[in-house]
Write a protein that binds this ligand. Structure first.
Ligand code: GDP
Ligand code: MG
Length: 750
């Protein structure tokens, strides 16, 4: 037997390889040939007839009856088909196997219009000369027709009515038997069938009602004679079949009447709803025949495969199991339909997936615009198309396959969504960090008076809003995967982390600014103190009321005070600023501690600069000259030979020389001890990190591991240096003295 052909949704026949045209279907299609082969061109025929996409909107009618009883002739008249008719001269059987053709009759009158998409099967007659006593095909074709058709037309001569032993009755016995066999398999789903008796060559002497009575009695007799399977012993023929009867005049003797009656009969092949009062019996009135309860409910696109499967089972003498066939069909067709609906889905989704894969490979996050809209469109289109096509099949299979499809679709969409959210996260964090940095830079350019806290808050809010908008634009409403609460939580968390990092950076900037400010202030104020040394009268200028006049002796007190004042001022500003952007007390504490240490280093640097040999020598010389050359009132001395030049010189020199040990060590005048630098800087806060300490210079007395004491830290000039400096200063002073002496003598000489 031919393998069932595979039918795609477009009705293209896979595997047939032939291009079939209208000519090939002139006589319909031979579904089953004389060798009992199933025709693989059935899908192509349904496609050709425009039926393949009709869903349930089609009908299948079969005709039975003895050989040469005018069956094909009747069908051709009724449905405008072109089934082969026996040639009058040769009287040879023409119909081989089972042929199918679509109704070609158009009825002009709307009220007489036939149903759409009627397919007619012309089943080879029995007791044919060609087949002899071969009952095998008769049984198989009866079973095939019964399993697929809504209406079974039984064609019978009037004179055969009542001939219980006649060939027709044998066929009907077969039909009833196979029906019981089918019914046993699936009592719930086997629909009723209509047996429609067409009595030919009706002479009119016996009324149709009588003929009908006779036939029904015969049918009941056949039924009671059947050996019924257990459980169905009491069943009635009417439980499975409806009957209808019509009589047609003699075609040869009354050709006009024949055609008229056939025309009338045609109008009964229209859709109709069963009148419950007439249940079981549709009368000879022109009642509609195609009642919904007869429909086999096999979607048109699945019919070729279903029919092929059934024929294969029948032909291989297997028990025909329609429910299993329908389930197999449903599985096959649902898989096919799924493939079909995934094609347009793929066309939308695959490029998006490629885009993301590329971006991921390149290591840069990439957002897909209007992702949600694109995904929703592709999703609903494929799910809707599947529902429309596949829901006509076995409900259980359909539901299962529908779930499979949504899982497939949603699995891919979920990945797209999650990648998109990852991209939104990464770009969002980047943008946030950049926006804050840019705003800070702009603020710095405008003079540094910006509100860091507000910048961060504003940008954070903006980033969160953007993320939510991105998420909303990337999801598909009412899907289980379109939830971004978790991602939003992670995003918020990282925003907070980045904020903390940016704040630490801002703290560093603030610290740098504070240090620079301290350094500038110290440069000025300490420079000034040292400049005062040069005047030799540190106290020159009126001291403020109530304060003792400044002397060289308390230069260190003044430096210490100026230093601590400056730093404490800077500390205040630092604290204020840091608090304004929500720095934690711990962060502030570390910042202040660092500021004090850095400030001390700055002061120490400034002192070293002032104490550089050349600078200091110059200061000492100025100091000495000021004391030597000017009197106590600041008036320049004009040396006369009588003057005690040597005495003035000695006093001035000794006074200046005293500065050297004084400047050699940083000490507080009251106690002569080092200033309380250690206490002033304080212990390192507990939460100081290695990074915080990285750029700090060691300070003697504080950082024990350096082995330097506070005394060391406060030593500005080593003893050796101080001695060297004294010697060099003395030489300079001597020079000044000699010059003065000379000028005094010279003044006299002149
Ligand atoms: P089938 O074998 O049952 O399909 O019979 P055909 O349609 O091939 O017809 C067999 C013969 O019966 C042909 O010679 C027809 O002309 C003839 N025939 C067709 N319809 C009628 C009819 O209504 N009455 C009579 N007496 N002969 C008919
Ligand atoms: Mg025929």
């Amino acid at each position: 037997p031919t393998a069932p052909s595979v039918l795609t949704m477009n009705g293209h026949l896979a595997g047939s390889g032939k291009n079939l045209s209208a000519e090939d279907f002139e006589h319909g299609v031979q579904i089953i040939d004389q060798d009992k082969h199933f025709n693989e061109n059935l899908p192509a025929y349904l496609q050709f007839g425009g039926i393949i996409r009709a869903g349930f909107n089609y009908h299948l009618i079969s005709v039975f009856g003895s050989q040469s009883t005018g069956k094909s002739t009747l069908l051709n008249y009724l449905f405008g088909t072109d089934f082969g008719v026996m040639n009058e001269q040769e009287r040879r059987q023409t119909t081989k196997g089972i042929w199918m053709s679509k109704n070609r009759k158009e009825h002009a009158q709307e009220s007489h219009r036939m149903a759409e998409n009627i397919l007619v099967m012309d089943v080879e007659g029995t007791d044919g000369r060609e087949r002899g006593e071969d009952q095998d095909f008769e049984r198989k074709s009866a079973l095939f027709a019964l399993a697929t058709s809504e209406v079974l037309i039984v064609n019978i001569w009037e004179h055969q009515v009542g001939l219980y032993q006649g060939a027709n009755m044998g066929l009907l016995k077969t039909v009833f038997e196979v029906n019981l066999q089918l019914f046993l398999k699936d009592s719930k789903n086997i629909p009723r069938s209509l047996l429609f008796f067409v009595i030919r060559d009706h002479l009119g002497t016996t009324p149709l009602a009588n003929l009908r009575e006779t036939l029904i009695q015969d049918l009941q007799r056949i039924w009671s004679g059947l050996s019924k399977p257990p459980g169905l012993e009491k069943s009635q023929i009417g439980d499975y079949f409806d009957f209808a009867f019509v009589a047609l005049p003699h075609k040869i003797l009354q050709p006009e009447k024949f055609e008229q009656e056939v025309q009338r009969l045609g109008t009964r092949f229209r859709e109709g709803y069963k009148d419950p009062k007439r249940a079981g019996l549709i009368d000879e009135d022109a009642e509609p025949i195609l009642l919904p309860q007869y429909h086999r409910r096999i979607p048109a696109d699945g019919f070729p495969m279903y029919a092929a499967g059934i024929w294969e089972q029948i032909d291989s003498n297997k028990d025909l199991d329609l429910p299993t066939q329908q389930e197999l069909l449903a599985q096959f067709r649902c898989d096919e339909i799924m493939k079909e609906v995934l094609v347009p889905f793929d066309e939308v989704v695959a490029p998006l997936e490629a885009l993301q894969a590329e971006a991921t490979a390149a290591g840069r996050p990439s957002m897909i615009a209007e992702l949600g809209k694109k995904m929703a469109g592709a999703r609903s289109a494929s799910l809707a198309a599947f529902e429309e096509e596949a829901s006509r099949y076995h409900k259980g299979v359909f539901k299962r396959k529908q779930t499979e499809l949504s899982e497939k679709v949603d699995g891919r969409l979920k990945t797209l969504f999650q990648n998109q959210m990852t991209a939104a996260h990464k770009t969002g964090i980047n943008d946030f960090s950049e926006a804050v940095t840019t705003a800070v830079k702009a603020g710095q350019k405008k003079g540094g008076n910006y509100d860091f806290y507000k910048i961060v808050q504003t940008e954070k809010e903006r980033a969160l809003k953007k993320f939510e908008a991105d998420a909303q634009g990337s999801l598909v409403a009412e899907t289980p995967w379109s939830d971004y609460k978790q991602q939003l939580k992670l995003y918020r968390k990282e925003l907070d982390e980045v904020s903390a990092r940016l704040r630490r950076e801002e703290m560093r900037r603030l610290a740098t600014r504070s240090e620079r400010w301290v350094k500038q202030r110290l440069d000025e104020s300490i420079g000034l103190e040292f400049n005062k040394l040069g005047s030799g009268r540190a106290g020159s200028g009126a001291p403020a009321e109530g304060t003792p006049p400044a002397t060289e002796k308390d230069i260190w007190d003044r430096i210490w005070n100026a230093f601590t004042d400056t730093v404490s001022h800077a500390e205040q500003r630092f604290t204020q600023r840091a608090q304004s952007f929500d720095a934690s007390p711990d962060e502030v504490e570390v910042g202040l501690w660092r500021l004090r240490r850095k400030s001390w280093a700055a002061l120490r640097g400034k002192l070293d600069e002032e104490m550089m040999e050349g600078n200091l020598l110059l200061k000492l010389r100025e100091n000495f000259e000021d004391k030597f050359r000017y009197d106590d009132d600041g008036v320049p001395r004009l040396w006369r030979p009588t003057d005690d030049i040597e005495g003035v010189y000695t006093r001035a020199r000794e006074s200046t020389l005293e500065l050297i040990p004084l400047l050699s060590r940083f000490k507080v005048s009251g106690t002569s001890a080092a200033p309380p630098l250690d206490a002033w800087i304080g212990e390192a806060p507990g939460n100081v990190t290695a990074a915080d300490e990285e750029d700090l210079q060691p300070i003697g007395g504080l950082d024990e591991e350096e082995g330097k004491t506070l005394e060391d830290e406060m030593t500005i000039l080593s003893d050796a240096k101080a001695q060297d400096l004294s010697a060099r200063f003395k030489k300079t002073a001597d020079g000044v003295y000699v010059e003065a002496k000379r000028s005094a003598i010279g003044g006299v000489t002149q």
